[in-house]
Design a protein around this ligand. Structure first.
Ligand SMILES: NC(=O)c1ccc[n+]([C@@H]2O[C@H](COP(=O)([O-])OP(=O)(O)OC[C@H]3O[C@@H](n4cnc5c(N)ncnc54)[C@H](O)[C@@H]3O)[C@@H](O)[C@H]2O)c1
Length: 289
């Protein structure tokens, strides 16, 4: 586990780069868009709501991330305006809705299926954004994707639909990191994991009741921009908490799984998952890039 200090100079190479940002009209996405504009990047913003800022370097496409056609329109706008996509910030998301213990029944007393709308946006929509992003970034053979995971990606969280989706998002980052490592290590994927952050999803009034301390959306915004800018950052998860930035993925993987379990009990299998990824990649039907 290591704490990072993020300086404004760290964002310098984002100048002139094209960044597609989803969930750009509020909270963490909006703050990241403003930061990117400040450092001279071009932002192509996608959200179900209009983006509330005007700037010569921002373009907006109304986008529901659960709709493939909307996302295609967003990325095609980026390509037509700037000729390329350098980075994607897959950030759009919604608040929890169901705990999966509601046990709702219909008028005949029969159980009805749970509401999966949060999983639909926060997981399916994020997978759509990332796979669409890869299609466009691949053309440059270089670039990065940053995905908004959450502190709920790696711990018990009773808002079950949200926690399920955010665990899935961490799985997406981990899986794609292994694959990109082989396919093209110049295309990177990383995640941010904000702790309580004051936005439309998480309000001060709500978190006060549970004794949690808020940070501003500028904190995860800086962690997202750093992961785009720093080409050495690959497959990481930056936890932002109380204004601090802590890399936790290496610690989660190495300590609890590899060192603690696999190395001790199954030392010969230490690299089995990496090798499995290599096998699946070798079976891909066409050359990737
Ligand atoms: N606020 C927190 O404490 C916190 C903590 C961890 C993770 N997150 C994550 O941060 C991300 C951003 O959320 P936020 O906290 O800034 O909340 P927010 O509500 O302020 O911003 C979310 C944005 O996503 C947009 N959006 C929602 N559904 C969409 C869809 N289907 N298609 C396109 N856009 C859509 C909203 O219109 C909004 O502009 C989310 O993925 C959220 O899960 C937030």
């Amino acid at each position: 586990m290591s704490e990072l200090t993020i300086n404004d100079a760290d964002f310098a190479n984002l100048r002139g780069q094209t960044v597609v940002v989803t969930g750009s009209s509020s909270g963490i996405g909006l703050e990241t868009a403003k930061l990117l504009l400040d450092v001279g990047a071009f932002v192509v913003a996608g959200d179900v709501n209009p983006v509330p800022i005007e700037h010569q370097n921002i373009a907006f496409h109304k986008t529901n991330i659960t709709l493939w056609e909307d996302l295609l329109g967003l990325f095609e706008l980026a390509e037509s305006k700037h000729g390329k996509v350098d980075h994607v910030f897959a950030n759009a998301g919604v608040a929890p809705k169901t705990l999966f213990v509601e046990d709702e029944v219909d008028e005949n007393g029969k159980p009805v299926p749970p509401n999966l709308s949060v999983v639909d946006v926060n997981l399916k929509g994020t997978i759509y954004t990332v796979t669409m992003g890869l299609h466009f970034i691949k053309k440059q053979k270089k670039g990065s994707i940053v995905v908004t995971a959450s502190a709920s990606s790696f711990q018990r969280f009773g808002c079950t639909d949200y926690g399920v989706a955010k665990h899935g998002v961490l799985g997406l980052i981990r899986g794609l990191h292994l694959n990109l490592r082989v396919l093209n290590p110049s295309i990177r994927i990383n995640g941010i994991a904000p702790n309580w952050t004051e936005t439309r999803i998480a309000t001060q009034a709500g978190t006060e009741k549970i004794g949690a301390k808020m940070q501003g959306p500028d904190v995860p915004a800086r962690s997202a921009a750093l992961l785009m800018a720093d080409e050495t950052k690959k497959g990481l998860l930056l936890f932002s908490v109380h204004g601090r930035h802590i890399e936790i993925e290496e610690a989660l993987l190495l300590k609890s799984v590899n060192e603690g379990l696999i190395r001790e009990y199954l030392p010969e299998e230490e690299f089995a998952f990496d090798k499995l990824a290599d096998v699946y990649i070798s079976r891909l039907p066409k050359k990737w890039s």
